[in-house]
Design a protein around this ligand. Sequence first.
Ligand SMILES: CC(C)(COP(=O)(O)OP(=O)(O)OC[C@H]1O[C@@H](n2cnc3c(N)ncnc32)[C@H](O)[C@@H]1OP(=O)(O)O)[C@@H](O)C(=O)NCCC(=O)NCCS
Length: 187
Amino acid sequence: MHPVTLTHQRLTLRELLLDDVDDVHAVYGSPEATRHLSFEPRSREQVGLIVARSMVSAVAPSRTEYALAVCEADSGQLVGLARLALEGQQAATIGFAIRPDRWGIGHGSEVVQLLLALGFDVLGLHRIWAARSPENAASRAVLERAGLVEEGRIRDHVHVRGAWRDSIVHSVLENEWTRPTQASARR
Ligand SMILES: CC(C)(COP(=O)(O)OP(=O)(O)OC[C@H]1O[C@@H](n2cnc3c(N)ncnc32)[C@H](O)[C@@H]1OP(=O)(O)O)[C@@H](O)C(=O)NCCC(=O)NCCS
């Protein structure tokens, strides 16, 4: 499916544009935002390549990757990234990151709900899962609030910052997902 534009309460998911590179770099180039991720802070040049690759994958004949901009709906400001990648049978993995100066106001929780709406309502998936660092308490909080239950540990899942790191896996099935109402998702 292309193009994706999904809005919930305060946030919109939309396709990435070349003009987004500086705003994406504010997230992927940030040591704080990438502390628990599977990669080290990216240079602006690396972010340019990521955005370009995402734009190409967005128009692939059988699209398997949705790497999307997270924008505040009222201002249009890009404040994060959201990714859903199809894999296996009617299943996908999700990832997300918000600019550190916008943490703690509910954006992460809303992005997860938007990704679940994309996966279940738009793409008709059965299972959506995410892998987080065992130390990533904020990610655990937003995943659990959205109904993704902890289902286990992948040992030595990623090699990052010179060492192997386990991941904790969370998942939700289509029949378990409670679609948020406009009122209940607002914090
Ligand atoms: C994870 C992330 C998206 C959360 O975004 P956010 O906009 O702050 O999320 P919300 O405001 O919706 O909720 C954050 C929750 O984490 C909790 N939290 C934040 N830091 C925490 C910490 N150090 N320990 C425990 N809980 C913490 C908050 O209390 C809040 O939970 P609550 O509402 O139950 O109190 C954001 O921290 C981020 O972008 N991190 C870097 C990238 C990343 O780790 N992505 C996840 C990859 S799996």
